[in-house]
Ligand binder design. Structure first.
Ligand code: G3H
Ligand code: ZN
Length: 277
C-alpha cells in the first residue's frame, strides 16, 4: 500500500471520533515494529521522525528512506511525517524525499514570525500534495525549556489555523514531553473548546505521560493525532535490557533488537486499538 496522506487518515478518524497513534522512529526496527503493530490492529498509523532523531543519525536520507520503504510495504495506511522541525531546510529535504507530512515547529518564535514561516511551509508542502502540522502555544517539557502549565487559548488556535492554512494543529492542554510516569492530567474541557473553535484535527504531544483511560477521554473530548515516543522507547529498552541480562554471552544484535521490536509491535497494537476501537 502506498504511503498515506495525513489529512486523509486524520479526517477519517476525526469523523469516526477515533484517535490515530503517531509513533516516533529512531532505528529501522522502530519503523518495522510500529507498522507491524498497526497492521495487526488493522488501523492506520503515523511513522514520525523528529529533528532530534535526524541530528542523532547525522542526516535525514538514510533513516527517512528506510521509513518510506517500510510504509510503502505496509498493508494499512501509513503516514510518513517529519516531527518538530524548527528548520525550513529540513522540511524541504523531507518533502523532496517523499514524506507525506511535516510538522513545522515555530512555537518558540515571536507569533508573527511563526505565522509567516508556517505559511511559507504550507505553501510549499501543499504544492507537493503533503500536509502540515504546526504548533501554537508550547507543549510543556520539550527539551526542558517549556514550562508545564502552558495552555493554548481556543481563539489563538483558531486564528493560527485560519491565517496559516495548516492541516492539523498541536495544542498545549496539560501534557508534557518525555514523561516516564503516566501521571499527566489533561484539560478535557479545553480540548473540547478548541475542537469546537478550529476546523482541523488536534494533535496531542507528550502523550507518554498520559494514562490509558485518560488518552481515551482525550480522544472523546476531541483529540485526533496522539504522539507517543518516550513510552515506546521505554518498552523497547526494557526488552533489550531483559535480553542482555538473560544471556551475558549474547553478541548478535538481532537477538536483543529482535526482542525489542517484537515487544514494541505488541505495545503499538495495544495502543492503536485503545485509541481507535
Ligand atoms: O512529538 C512527539 C511527542 O510529542 C512525543 O512525546 O515522548 O512525551 O511521548 P512523548
Ligand atoms: Zn512533541
Amino acid at each position: 500500500m502506498p504511503r498515506a496522506a495525513l489529512t486523509d487518515v486524520l479526517s477519517a478518524a476525526q469523523s469516526g471520533r477515533r484517535g490515530v497513534g503517531a509513533f516516533n522512529v529512531i532505528q529501522v526496527e522502530h519503523a518495522e515494529a510500529i507498522v507491524a503493530g498497526a497492521g495487526a490492529a488493522g488501523r492506520p498509523t503515523v511513522l514520525q521522525l523528529s529533528e532530534n532523531a535526524v541530528r542523532y543519525h547525522g542526516a535525514l536520507a538514510a533513516v527517512g528512506r528506510a521509513m518510506l520503504a517500510v510504509a510503502d510495504a505496509a498493508d494499512v495506511p501509513v503516514v510518513v511525517h517529519l516531527d518538530h522541525a524548527t528548520g525550513v531546510e529540513l522540511v524541504e529535504e523531507a518533502l523532496d524525499l517523499g514524506f507525506t507530512s511535516v510538522m513545522y515547529d515555530g512555537s518558540t518564535l515571536p507569533v508573527e514570525e511563526n505565522l509567516a514561516t508556517t505559511r511559507r511551509v504550507v505553501e510549499r508542502a501543499h504544492g507537493l500534495g503533503a500536509s502540515v502540522e504546526a504548533e501554537i502555544g508550547e507543549i510543556g517539557g520539550k527539551d526542558g525549556v517549556h514550562a508545564p502549565g502552558v495552555r493554548t487559548r481556543p481563539e489563538d488556535a483558531a486564528r493560527f489555523v485560519q491565517e496559516t492554512g495548516i492541516d492539523a494543529v498541536a495544542v498545549a492542554v496539560g501534557s508534557s514531553h518525555a514523561m516516564t510516569e503516566r501521571t499527566a492530567r489533561l484539560d478535557l474541557d479545553l480540548i473540547t473548546a478548541i475542537r469546537d473553535a478550529v476546523p482541523v484535527p488536534l494533535v496531542l504531544h507528550g502523550s507518554s505521560g498520559v494514562p490509558d483511560d485518560h488518552l481515551r477521554e482525550a480522544v472523546t473530548a476531541g483529540m485526533t493525532k496522539i504522539n507517543i515516543s518516550t513510552h515506546l522507547n521505554a518498552t523497547f529498552t526494557r526488552a533489550v535490557r531483559d535480553a542482555l541480562a538473560a544471556d551475558p554471552a549474547l553478541v548478535d544484535p538481532r537477538t536483543y533488537l529482535g526482542a525489542a521490536r517484537t515487544a514494541t509491535a505488541r505495545e503499538v497494537e495495544r495502543l492503536v486499538r485503545l485509541l481507535a476501537d
